[in-house]
Write a protein that binds this ligand. Structure first.
Ligand code: AMP
Ligand code: ZN
Length: 503
Protein backbone atom coordinates (compact mmCIF):
# COMPACT_ATOMS: atom_id res chain seq x y z
CA UNK A 1 0.00 0.00 0.00
CA UNK A 2 1.14 3.57 -0.63
CA UNK A 3 0.20 5.71 2.32
CA UNK A 4 0.63 9.48 2.21
CA UNK A 5 4.05 10.38 0.94
CA UNK A 6 5.06 6.94 -0.29
CA UNK A 7 5.91 6.54 -3.94
CA UNK A 8 3.46 4.89 -6.28
CA UNK A 9 5.48 2.89 -8.83
CA UNK A 10 2.72 3.38 -11.43
CA UNK A 11 3.12 7.14 -11.23
CA UNK A 12 6.88 7.46 -11.41
CA UNK A 13 7.34 7.76 -15.14
CA UNK A 14 4.16 9.58 -16.03
CA UNK A 15 4.44 13.29 -16.84
CA UNK A 16 2.44 15.76 -14.74
CA UNK A 17 0.55 18.56 -16.51
CA UNK A 18 -0.60 21.71 -14.72
CA UNK A 19 -2.36 24.86 -15.86
CA UNK A 20 0.00 27.77 -15.35
CA UNK A 21 -1.74 31.11 -14.78
CA UNK A 22 1.41 32.78 -16.09
CA UNK A 23 0.94 31.38 -19.61
CA UNK A 24 -2.76 30.56 -19.33
CA UNK A 25 -1.85 27.13 -20.71
CA UNK A 26 -1.51 23.56 -19.57
CA UNK A 27 2.22 22.81 -19.28
CA UNK A 28 4.36 19.81 -18.40
CA UNK A 29 5.73 20.19 -14.90
CA UNK A 30 9.53 20.33 -14.98
CA UNK A 31 11.15 20.94 -11.58
CA UNK A 32 14.10 23.27 -11.05
CA UNK A 33 15.97 20.50 -9.27
CA UNK A 34 15.27 16.93 -10.41
CA UNK A 35 13.21 15.01 -7.88
CA UNK A 36 12.37 18.04 -5.72
CA UNK A 37 9.30 20.27 -5.85
CA UNK A 38 9.13 23.55 -3.91
CA UNK A 39 5.60 24.75 -3.21
CA UNK A 40 4.29 27.88 -1.52
CA UNK A 41 0.59 28.46 -0.83
CA UNK A 42 -0.61 31.87 0.27
CA UNK A 43 -1.97 31.36 3.72
CA UNK A 44 -4.89 32.50 5.74
CA UNK A 45 -5.26 35.83 7.54
CA UNK A 46 -5.83 34.67 11.10
CA UNK A 47 -8.18 37.42 12.31
CA UNK A 48 -11.33 35.25 12.36
CA UNK A 49 -12.37 31.66 11.75
CA UNK A 50 -11.63 30.24 8.30
CA UNK A 51 -14.81 29.47 6.34
CA UNK A 52 -15.19 26.57 3.94
CA UNK A 53 -14.17 28.81 1.00
CA UNK A 54 -10.87 29.57 2.75
CA UNK A 55 -10.18 25.87 3.21
CA UNK A 56 -10.60 24.98 -0.46
CA UNK A 57 -7.17 26.35 -1.57
CA UNK A 58 -5.36 24.09 0.90
CA UNK A 59 -7.17 20.91 -0.12
CA UNK A 60 -6.38 21.80 -3.74
CA UNK A 61 -2.67 22.32 -2.96
CA UNK A 62 -2.72 19.14 -0.86
CA UNK A 63 -3.91 17.11 -3.86
CA UNK A 64 -1.10 18.67 -5.87
CA UNK A 65 1.49 17.88 -3.17
CA UNK A 66 0.28 14.27 -2.85
CA UNK A 67 0.32 13.85 -6.64
CA UNK A 68 3.93 15.03 -6.70
CA UNK A 69 4.91 12.88 -3.71
CA UNK A 70 3.41 9.68 -5.02
CA UNK A 71 5.29 10.38 -8.25
CA UNK A 72 8.57 10.31 -6.37
CA UNK A 73 9.13 14.01 -5.68
CA UNK A 74 10.45 15.27 -2.41
CA UNK A 75 7.97 18.10 -1.80
CA UNK A 76 9.06 21.09 0.27
CA UNK A 77 5.92 22.88 1.23
CA UNK A 78 5.06 26.17 2.95
CA UNK A 79 1.72 27.73 3.90
CA UNK A 80 2.20 31.09 5.55
CA UNK A 81 0.14 32.52 8.38
CA UNK A 82 -0.73 36.17 7.82
CA UNK A 83 -0.73 37.73 11.28
CA UNK A 84 0.04 41.35 10.43
CA UNK A 85 -0.36 43.95 7.70
CA UNK A 86 -3.34 42.62 5.72
CA UNK A 87 -5.51 45.70 5.58
CA UNK A 88 -9.24 45.69 5.01
CA UNK A 89 -8.66 46.49 1.35
CA UNK A 90 -6.11 44.46 -0.59
CA UNK A 91 -4.91 47.83 -1.91
CA UNK A 92 -3.15 48.66 1.39
CA UNK A 93 -5.86 50.92 2.75
CA UNK A 94 -8.09 50.80 5.81
CA UNK A 95 -7.68 49.12 9.16
CA UNK A 96 -5.35 46.16 9.78
CA UNK A 97 -7.51 43.02 9.98
CA UNK A 98 -5.55 41.73 13.00
CA UNK A 99 -6.12 44.92 15.01
CA UNK A 100 -9.77 44.83 13.95
CA UNK A 101 -10.08 41.25 15.26
CA UNK A 102 -8.43 42.24 18.53
CA UNK A 103 -10.91 45.10 19.04
CA UNK A 104 -13.87 42.90 18.14
CA UNK A 105 -12.93 40.31 20.77
CA UNK A 106 -11.48 42.68 23.37
CA UNK A 107 -8.04 41.10 23.33
CA UNK A 108 -4.59 41.45 21.76
CA UNK A 109 -3.63 40.90 18.14
CA UNK A 110 -1.23 38.19 19.33
CA UNK A 111 -4.03 36.35 21.15
CA UNK A 112 -6.28 36.63 18.07
CA UNK A 113 -3.48 35.23 15.90
CA UNK A 114 -2.96 32.25 18.22
CA UNK A 115 -6.68 31.53 18.53
CA UNK A 116 -7.41 31.52 14.81
CA UNK A 117 -4.15 29.86 13.78
CA UNK A 118 -5.01 26.94 16.06
CA UNK A 119 -8.53 26.70 14.67
CA UNK A 120 -7.23 26.93 11.10
CA UNK A 121 -4.67 24.16 11.66
CA UNK A 122 -7.29 22.01 13.33
CA UNK A 123 -9.59 22.40 10.31
CA UNK A 124 -6.74 21.50 7.95
CA UNK A 125 -6.06 18.34 9.92
CA UNK A 126 -9.75 17.43 9.89
CA UNK A 127 -9.80 17.55 6.09
CA UNK A 128 -6.73 15.29 6.12
CA UNK A 129 -3.77 17.58 5.60
CA UNK A 130 -0.62 16.28 7.22
CA UNK A 131 0.32 19.52 9.00
CA UNK A 132 3.59 18.00 10.24
CA UNK A 133 4.75 17.83 6.66
CA UNK A 134 4.23 21.56 5.96
CA UNK A 135 5.99 24.66 7.29
CA UNK A 136 3.60 27.31 8.66
CA UNK A 137 5.70 30.46 9.14
CA UNK A 138 4.08 33.56 10.63
CA UNK A 139 4.61 36.91 8.96
CA UNK A 140 5.59 38.49 12.30
CA UNK A 141 8.50 36.02 12.57
CA UNK A 142 9.99 37.37 9.32
CA UNK A 143 9.98 41.14 9.88
CA UNK A 144 13.76 41.52 9.41
CA UNK A 145 13.68 39.57 6.14
CA UNK A 146 10.86 41.81 4.92
CA UNK A 147 12.76 44.96 5.87
CA UNK A 148 15.86 43.62 4.10
CA UNK A 149 13.92 43.02 0.88
CA UNK A 150 12.34 46.49 1.00
CA UNK A 151 15.81 47.96 1.57
CA UNK A 152 17.20 46.14 -1.49
CA UNK A 153 14.29 47.48 -3.56
CA UNK A 154 15.02 50.98 -2.27
CA UNK A 155 18.71 50.67 -3.10
CA UNK A 156 17.84 49.50 -6.61
CA UNK A 157 15.63 52.56 -7.11
CA UNK A 158 12.20 50.88 -7.17
CA UNK A 159 10.65 52.74 -4.24
CA UNK A 160 9.45 56.17 -3.19
CA UNK A 161 8.20 57.68 0.02
CA UNK A 162 4.75 59.14 0.73
CA UNK A 163 3.37 60.54 3.96
CA UNK A 164 2.16 57.09 5.00
CA UNK A 165 4.84 54.69 3.84
CA UNK A 166 7.40 53.37 1.38
CA UNK A 167 5.80 52.39 -1.93
CA UNK A 168 6.84 50.22 -4.85
CA UNK A 169 6.81 52.14 -8.13
CA UNK A 170 5.21 49.68 -10.56
CA UNK A 171 6.07 51.84 -13.58
CA UNK A 172 9.70 50.79 -13.05
CA UNK A 173 8.81 47.13 -13.66
CA UNK A 174 7.69 46.77 -17.29
CA UNK A 175 6.35 43.26 -16.65
CA UNK A 176 3.94 44.45 -13.96
CA UNK A 177 0.55 42.73 -14.34
CA UNK A 178 1.90 39.78 -16.34
CA UNK A 179 0.08 37.26 -14.18
CA UNK A 180 -3.43 36.65 -15.44
CA UNK A 181 -2.68 38.79 -18.49
CA UNK A 182 -4.04 41.94 -16.89
CA UNK A 183 -3.61 44.92 -19.12
CA UNK A 184 -3.09 48.44 -17.82
CA UNK A 185 -6.69 49.17 -18.69
CA UNK A 186 -7.91 46.22 -16.60
CA UNK A 187 -5.92 47.43 -13.66
CA UNK A 188 -6.91 51.08 -13.96
CA UNK A 189 -10.57 50.55 -14.80
CA UNK A 190 -11.07 47.44 -12.71
CA UNK A 191 -13.47 46.11 -15.33
CA UNK A 192 -11.89 42.77 -16.18
CA UNK A 193 -14.83 40.47 -16.81
CA UNK A 194 -12.74 37.43 -17.47
CA UNK A 195 -12.28 36.65 -13.76
CA UNK A 196 -14.75 36.58 -10.93
CA UNK A 197 -16.49 39.44 -9.14
CA UNK A 198 -14.03 39.79 -6.33
CA UNK A 199 -11.21 40.20 -8.79
CA UNK A 200 -12.95 43.06 -10.56
CA UNK A 201 -13.83 44.49 -7.18
CA UNK A 202 -10.19 44.46 -6.14
CA UNK A 203 -9.40 46.56 -9.20
CA UNK A 204 -12.20 49.02 -8.52
CA UNK A 205 -11.28 49.37 -4.86
CA UNK A 206 -7.76 50.09 -5.89
CA UNK A 207 -8.88 52.83 -8.24
CA UNK A 208 -11.17 54.36 -5.62
CA UNK A 209 -8.39 54.41 -3.09
CA UNK A 210 -5.86 55.84 -5.47
CA UNK A 211 -4.48 58.71 -3.48
CA UNK A 212 -2.71 61.58 -5.17
CA UNK A 213 0.46 60.60 -3.32
CA UNK A 214 0.76 57.32 -5.21
CA UNK A 215 2.51 57.73 -8.53
CA UNK A 216 0.44 54.99 -10.18
CA UNK A 217 -2.84 53.43 -9.00
CA UNK A 218 -1.30 49.95 -8.88
CA UNK A 219 1.68 51.01 -6.70
CA UNK A 220 1.65 49.28 -3.33
CA UNK A 221 3.09 49.69 0.15
CA UNK A 222 6.27 47.88 1.20
CA UNK A 223 6.35 49.54 4.60
CA UNK A 224 3.59 51.54 6.28
CA UNK A 225 4.35 54.11 8.98
CA UNK A 226 2.46 53.77 12.23
CA UNK A 227 -0.15 56.54 12.24
CA UNK A 228 1.01 59.42 14.44
CA UNK A 229 -2.27 60.92 15.59
CA UNK A 230 -4.31 57.76 16.01
CA UNK A 231 -4.31 55.06 18.69
CA UNK A 232 -0.96 53.28 18.96
CA UNK A 233 -0.81 50.07 16.91
CA UNK A 234 -0.28 46.82 18.81
CA UNK A 235 1.99 45.46 16.09
CA UNK A 236 4.82 47.76 15.02
CA UNK A 237 8.58 47.54 14.56
CA UNK A 238 11.52 49.92 14.07
CA UNK A 239 12.89 50.11 10.52
CA UNK A 240 15.28 52.29 8.48
CA UNK A 241 12.20 54.39 7.60
CA UNK A 242 10.77 54.72 11.11
CA UNK A 243 8.35 52.73 13.26
CA UNK A 244 5.71 50.87 11.30
CA UNK A 245 4.75 47.53 9.82
CA UNK A 246 5.27 45.67 6.53
CA UNK A 247 2.88 45.89 3.59
CA UNK A 248 0.88 42.68 3.25
CA UNK A 249 2.39 41.48 -0.05
CA UNK A 250 5.96 41.63 1.21
CA UNK A 251 5.62 38.75 3.69
CA UNK A 252 5.14 36.12 0.98
CA UNK A 253 8.10 37.31 -1.11
CA UNK A 254 10.34 37.35 1.98
CA UNK A 255 9.19 33.98 3.35
CA UNK A 256 9.43 32.22 -0.01
CA UNK A 257 13.03 33.39 -0.23
CA UNK A 258 13.91 32.54 3.38
CA UNK A 259 12.34 29.09 3.41
CA UNK A 260 12.31 27.76 -0.16
CA UNK A 261 14.85 29.75 -2.20
CA UNK A 262 15.07 32.58 -4.70
CA UNK A 263 13.12 30.80 -7.43
CA UNK A 264 10.50 28.18 -6.64
CA UNK A 265 8.56 25.65 -8.66
CA UNK A 266 4.94 26.25 -7.67
CA UNK A 267 2.97 29.02 -6.00
CA UNK A 268 -0.76 28.59 -5.31
CA UNK A 269 -3.67 30.66 -4.05
CA UNK A 270 -7.25 31.64 -4.74
CA UNK A 271 -8.03 33.51 -7.98
CA UNK A 272 -8.76 36.70 -6.06
CA UNK A 273 -5.01 36.96 -5.47
CA UNK A 274 -4.12 37.11 -9.17
CA UNK A 275 -4.58 40.81 -9.97
CA UNK A 276 -3.11 42.43 -6.88
CA UNK A 277 -1.35 40.23 -4.35
CA UNK A 278 0.43 37.85 -6.71
CA UNK A 279 1.38 40.48 -9.26
CA UNK A 280 2.84 42.47 -6.37
CA UNK A 281 4.75 39.45 -5.06
CA UNK A 282 6.23 38.98 -8.54
CA UNK A 283 7.22 42.65 -8.76
CA UNK A 284 8.97 42.65 -5.36
CA UNK A 285 10.77 39.35 -5.81
CA UNK A 286 11.85 39.75 -9.41
CA UNK A 287 13.04 43.34 -8.95
CA UNK A 288 14.96 42.61 -5.75
CA UNK A 289 16.48 39.34 -6.99
CA UNK A 290 16.85 40.07 -10.70
CA UNK A 291 15.49 36.72 -11.91
CA UNK A 292 12.19 34.81 -12.20
CA UNK A 293 10.34 34.18 -8.96
CA UNK A 294 7.97 31.28 -9.66
CA UNK A 295 7.79 28.81 -12.55
CA UNK A 296 4.19 27.62 -12.14
CA UNK A 297 1.39 29.74 -10.70
CA UNK A 298 -1.79 27.82 -9.95
CA UNK A 299 -5.10 29.23 -8.73
CA UNK A 300 -8.30 27.73 -7.39
CA UNK A 301 -11.71 29.16 -8.22
CA UNK A 302 -14.13 30.25 -5.51
CA UNK A 303 -16.60 28.32 -3.45
CA UNK A 304 -20.03 29.94 -3.25
CA UNK A 305 -22.91 29.13 -0.91
CA UNK A 306 -26.23 28.45 -2.63
CA UNK A 307 -24.69 30.08 -5.70
CA UNK A 308 -23.85 33.31 -3.87
CA UNK A 309 -20.57 34.80 -2.80
CA UNK A 310 -19.83 34.15 0.90
CA UNK A 311 -20.41 37.42 2.64
CA UNK A 312 -21.11 38.68 6.13
CA UNK A 313 -23.95 40.87 4.89
CA UNK A 314 -25.74 37.86 3.37
CA UNK A 315 -25.16 35.88 6.56
CA UNK A 316 -24.32 32.82 4.47
CA UNK A 317 -20.90 31.96 5.91
CA UNK A 318 -20.42 28.25 6.55
CA UNK A 319 -17.62 26.86 8.72
CA UNK A 320 -16.33 23.32 8.93
CA UNK A 321 -17.63 23.27 12.52
CA UNK A 322 -21.19 23.86 11.16
CA UNK A 323 -20.76 20.85 8.91
CA UNK A 324 -19.59 18.52 11.67
CA UNK A 325 -22.26 19.90 14.04
CA UNK A 326 -24.87 18.57 11.60
CA UNK A 327 -23.33 15.12 11.82
CA UNK A 328 -21.35 15.12 8.58
CA UNK A 329 -17.80 13.79 8.57
CA UNK A 330 -15.14 16.46 7.78
CA UNK A 331 -13.94 14.30 4.89
CA UNK A 332 -17.36 14.75 3.27
CA UNK A 333 -16.22 18.35 2.70
CA UNK A 334 -12.99 17.08 1.12
CA UNK A 335 -15.02 14.74 -1.12
CA UNK A 336 -17.30 17.66 -2.02
CA UNK A 337 -14.31 19.81 -3.09
CA UNK A 338 -12.89 16.96 -5.18
CA UNK A 339 -16.12 16.51 -7.11
CA UNK A 340 -15.24 19.71 -8.99
CA UNK A 341 -12.04 20.65 -10.79
CA UNK A 342 -10.03 23.12 -8.72
CA UNK A 343 -10.40 25.76 -11.43
CA UNK A 344 -14.22 25.62 -11.44
CA UNK A 345 -16.49 27.52 -9.09
CA UNK A 346 -18.37 25.20 -6.74
CA UNK A 347 -21.62 25.94 -4.99
CA UNK A 348 -22.09 24.55 -1.48
CA UNK A 349 -25.53 23.76 -0.12
CA UNK A 350 -26.73 21.42 2.63
CA UNK A 351 -28.10 19.13 -0.10
CA UNK A 352 -24.74 18.93 -1.88
CA UNK A 353 -22.80 18.15 1.30
CA UNK A 354 -25.39 15.47 2.21
CA UNK A 355 -24.94 13.93 -1.25
CA UNK A 356 -21.13 14.03 -0.84
CA UNK A 357 -21.41 12.34 2.55
CA UNK A 358 -23.66 9.63 1.14
CA UNK A 359 -21.28 8.92 -1.74
CA UNK A 360 -18.26 8.84 0.55
CA UNK A 361 -19.97 6.50 3.02
CA UNK A 362 -20.84 4.16 0.15
CA UNK A 363 -17.22 4.29 -0.98
CA UNK A 364 -16.00 3.49 2.55
CA UNK A 365 -18.35 0.52 2.78
CA UNK A 366 -17.41 -0.72 -0.66
CA UNK A 367 -13.78 -0.51 0.38
CA UNK A 368 -14.45 -2.52 3.57
CA UNK A 369 -16.21 -5.20 1.51
CA UNK A 370 -13.38 -5.31 -1.05
CA UNK A 371 -10.80 -5.57 1.73
CA UNK A 372 -12.75 -8.48 3.23
CA UNK A 373 -13.06 -10.18 -0.12
CA UNK A 374 -9.48 -9.76 -1.26
CA UNK A 375 -8.03 -11.06 2.06
CA UNK A 376 -4.41 -10.67 0.98
CA UNK A 377 -2.16 -8.17 -0.76
CA UNK A 378 -3.47 -6.13 -3.69
CA UNK A 379 -2.20 -6.77 -7.19
CA UNK A 380 -0.91 -4.01 -9.49
CA UNK A 381 -2.95 -3.44 -12.62
CA UNK A 382 -3.24 -1.09 -15.60
CA UNK A 383 -6.22 0.60 -13.89
CA UNK A 384 -3.85 2.26 -11.39
CA UNK A 385 -1.95 3.83 -14.26
CA UNK A 386 -5.15 5.13 -15.89
CA UNK A 387 -6.28 6.62 -12.57
CA UNK A 388 -2.89 8.27 -12.05
CA UNK A 389 -2.95 9.71 -15.57
CA UNK A 390 -6.22 11.48 -14.75
CA UNK A 391 -4.68 13.14 -11.71
CA UNK A 392 -1.53 13.99 -13.62
CA UNK A 393 -3.73 15.75 -16.14
CA UNK A 394 -4.02 19.01 -14.18
CA UNK A 395 -5.47 17.24 -11.12
CA UNK A 396 -8.70 16.09 -12.77
CA UNK A 397 -10.28 14.93 -9.52
CA UNK A 398 -13.89 14.68 -10.84
CA UNK A 399 -12.73 12.32 -13.60
CA UNK A 400 -10.53 10.37 -11.18
CA UNK A 401 -13.44 9.87 -8.77
CA UNK A 402 -15.76 8.82 -11.61
CA UNK A 403 -13.16 6.32 -12.82
CA UNK A 404 -12.71 4.93 -9.30
CA UNK A 405 -16.47 4.36 -9.02
CA UNK A 406 -16.62 2.78 -12.46
CA UNK A 407 -13.92 0.21 -11.65
CA UNK A 408 -15.20 -0.59 -8.16
CA UNK A 409 -18.62 -1.41 -9.63
CA UNK A 410 -17.23 -3.44 -12.52
CA UNK A 411 -17.44 -7.17 -11.87
CA UNK A 412 -14.76 -7.91 -14.45
CA UNK A 413 -12.10 -6.78 -11.97
CA UNK A 414 -11.07 -8.95 -9.02
CA UNK A 415 -11.19 -7.68 -5.42
CA UNK A 416 -7.37 -7.72 -5.34
CA UNK A 417 -7.20 -5.52 -8.46
CA UNK A 418 -9.80 -3.19 -6.98
CA UNK A 419 -7.87 -3.03 -3.72
CA UNK A 420 -4.74 -1.99 -5.64
CA UNK A 421 -6.69 0.87 -7.19
CA UNK A 422 -8.21 1.85 -3.84
CA UNK A 423 -4.75 2.13 -2.31
CA UNK A 424 -3.44 4.26 -5.17
CA UNK A 425 -6.54 6.47 -4.98
CA UNK A 426 -6.28 6.80 -1.22
CA UNK A 427 -2.68 7.97 -1.27
CA UNK A 428 -3.59 10.91 -3.52
CA UNK A 429 -7.22 11.72 -2.71
CA UNK A 430 -6.72 11.44 1.07
CA UNK A 431 -10.25 10.21 1.75
CA UNK A 432 -9.37 7.48 4.30
CA UNK A 433 -10.53 4.85 1.83
CA UNK A 434 -8.34 2.11 3.28
CA UNK A 435 -9.02 2.92 6.92
CA UNK A 436 -12.54 4.30 6.90
CA UNK A 437 -13.64 6.00 10.11
CA UNK A 438 -15.24 3.75 12.65
CA UNK A 439 -18.68 5.28 12.07
CA UNK A 440 -18.61 3.99 8.49
CA UNK A 441 -17.74 0.50 9.67
CA UNK A 442 -20.57 0.32 12.15
CA UNK A 443 -23.37 -1.99 11.08
CA UNK A 444 -26.88 -2.47 12.35
CA UNK A 445 -27.62 -6.15 12.93
CA UNK A 446 -29.92 -6.62 9.90
CA UNK A 447 -27.10 -5.51 7.54
CA UNK A 448 -24.88 -8.42 8.65
CA UNK A 449 -24.38 -11.89 7.16
CA UNK A 450 -27.08 -14.38 8.30
CA UNK A 451 -24.77 -16.47 10.53
CA UNK A 452 -23.56 -13.34 12.33
CA UNK A 453 -27.17 -12.25 12.86
CA UNK A 454 -27.91 -15.64 14.43
CA UNK A 455 -24.93 -15.28 16.79
CA UNK A 456 -26.09 -11.80 17.83
CA UNK A 457 -29.62 -13.08 18.52
CA UNK A 458 -28.30 -16.06 20.52
CA UNK A 459 -26.14 -13.73 22.57
CA UNK A 460 -29.08 -11.42 23.23
CA UNK A 461 -31.17 -14.40 24.43
CA UNK A 462 -28.33 -15.54 26.73
CA UNK A 463 -28.04 -12.04 28.18
CA UNK A 464 -31.78 -11.83 28.88
CA UNK A 465 -31.55 -15.25 30.58
CA UNK A 466 -28.59 -13.96 32.64
CA UNK A 467 -26.39 -16.67 31.09
CA UNK A 468 -23.39 -14.34 30.95
CA UNK A 469 -20.91 -17.13 30.37
CA UNK A 470 -22.66 -18.09 27.14
CA UNK A 471 -23.03 -14.41 26.14
CA UNK A 472 -19.28 -13.93 26.59
CA UNK A 473 -18.45 -17.03 24.58
CA UNK A 474 -20.55 -15.70 21.72
CA UNK A 475 -18.90 -12.28 22.03
CA UNK A 476 -15.51 -13.98 21.58
CA UNK A 477 -16.84 -15.87 18.55
CA UNK A 478 -17.97 -12.57 17.03
CA UNK A 479 -14.61 -11.01 17.81
CA UNK A 480 -12.89 -13.86 16.00
CA UNK A 481 -15.02 -13.01 12.99
CA UNK A 482 -13.78 -9.38 13.15
CA UNK A 483 -16.72 -7.71 14.93
CA UNK A 484 -16.69 -5.74 18.13
CA UNK A 485 -20.04 -5.89 19.95
CA UNK A 486 -21.41 -2.98 21.90
CA UNK A 487 -24.68 -3.03 23.76
CA UNK A 488 -26.92 -0.03 23.32
CA UNK A 489 -30.41 0.77 24.57
CA UNK A 490 -32.06 -0.37 21.35
CA UNK A 491 -30.02 -3.59 21.15
CA UNK A 492 -26.48 -4.46 20.14
CA UNK A 493 -24.56 -2.90 17.28
CA UNK A 494 -21.43 -4.25 15.72
CA UNK A 495 -18.32 -2.60 14.37
CA UNK A 496 -16.17 -4.29 11.80
CA UNK A 497 -12.69 -3.96 13.29
CA UNK A 498 -10.83 -6.42 11.12
CA UNK A 499 -11.69 -8.37 7.98
CA UNK A 500 -14.18 -11.17 8.59
CA UNK A 501 -12.09 -14.26 7.77
CA UNK A 502 -15.19 -16.22 6.75
CA UNK A 503 -16.87 -13.69 4.47
P1 AMP B 1 -7.32 35.30 2.91
O1 AMP B 1 -7.10 35.05 4.35
O2 AMP B 1 -8.43 36.26 2.62
O3 AMP B 1 -6.05 35.65 2.16
O4 AMP B 1 -7.84 33.92 2.29
C1 AMP B 1 -7.15 32.70 2.40
C2 AMP B 1 -7.28 31.93 1.11
O5 AMP B 1 -8.66 31.65 0.85
C3 AMP B 1 -6.77 32.69 -0.12
O6 AMP B 1 -6.03 31.79 -0.95
C4 AMP B 1 -8.04 33.14 -0.83
O7 AMP B 1 -7.83 33.26 -2.20
C5 AMP B 1 -8.97 31.98 -0.50
N1 AMP B 1 -10.40 32.26 -0.54
C6 AMP B 1 -11.08 33.24 0.09
N2 AMP B 1 -12.42 33.12 -0.11
C7 AMP B 1 -12.58 32.01 -0.88
C8 AMP B 1 -13.73 31.33 -1.43
N3 AMP B 1 -14.97 31.75 -1.22
N4 AMP B 1 -13.52 30.22 -2.17
C9 AMP B 1 -12.26 29.75 -2.39
N5 AMP B 1 -11.15 30.34 -1.91
C10 AMP B 1 -11.31 31.46 -1.16
ZN1 ZN C 1 0.88 35.54 -0.65
Amino acid sequence: MWPFGKKNPEALNLPIFVTNTLSGKKETFIPIKPGVATMYSCGFTVYSQAHIGNIRPYVFSDILARTLKTSGYHVRRVINITDVGHLVSDADEGEDKMEMGAKREGTTAEEIAMRYTNLFMQDLRLVNLDTNDILFPRATQYIQEQIAMAKTLEEKGYTYKTSDGIYFDTSKFPDYGKLGGLSDADIKEGTSESIEDRVALAGRTRLKEFTSEKRNPQDFALWKFSPRNAAKRQQEWPSPWGVGFPGWHLECSAMVRALLGDTIDIHTGGIDHIPVHHNNEIAQSECSLGHPFVHYWMHNAFLTVDGQKISKSLGNTVYLSDITARGFHPLALRYFYLQAHYSSTISFSWETIAAAQEALTRLWRLSATIQNESKSIPVPHEIQKRFTQLLHDDLSTPQALAYLWEILRDEDYTPKEKLGLLETADSVLGLSLINPPESARRRSVDELPADIQTLVKDREKARVAHDFEKADTIRTKLQNRGYRVEDAEKGAFLTLISPDPKS
